[in-house]
Design a protein. Sequence first.
Length: 129
Amino acid sequence: MAKIELSLQSAVALYEVATKVRNRELDAGSVTEAYLELAGQLDRFLSEVPEWAPGRSGNMQIAGPGWMVSYKVASDSELPETALIDRDSGEYFMLSGDHRAAYKQVATRGLDALKEVYESLKDRFPHEA
């Protein structure tokens, strides 16, 4: 099998497509099996201890199998926010403020552990939409 070097951002983008194929949201035709294999490989790759990396829209992000956490830095008009995203369901769990440390601490334990962090913080740091 050939090896390729990927940035976290590229791996996350490929994972998003592969997850859509796996969830039957996207028809990949004759390359469906390749995408399913890619999804499995990226599950394993992304389940290692993640590091915060720049995202596509100026945010910082970490990602793992079925989830991503995004941190948006404060701007002149908006406060900082941290979002947990369940990629399989498309749900967003938003918090006001910077909660990167809390999420990173449990990231290797998966989505359920990340949701526990959200539940423990949501009343103290509600997101102002």
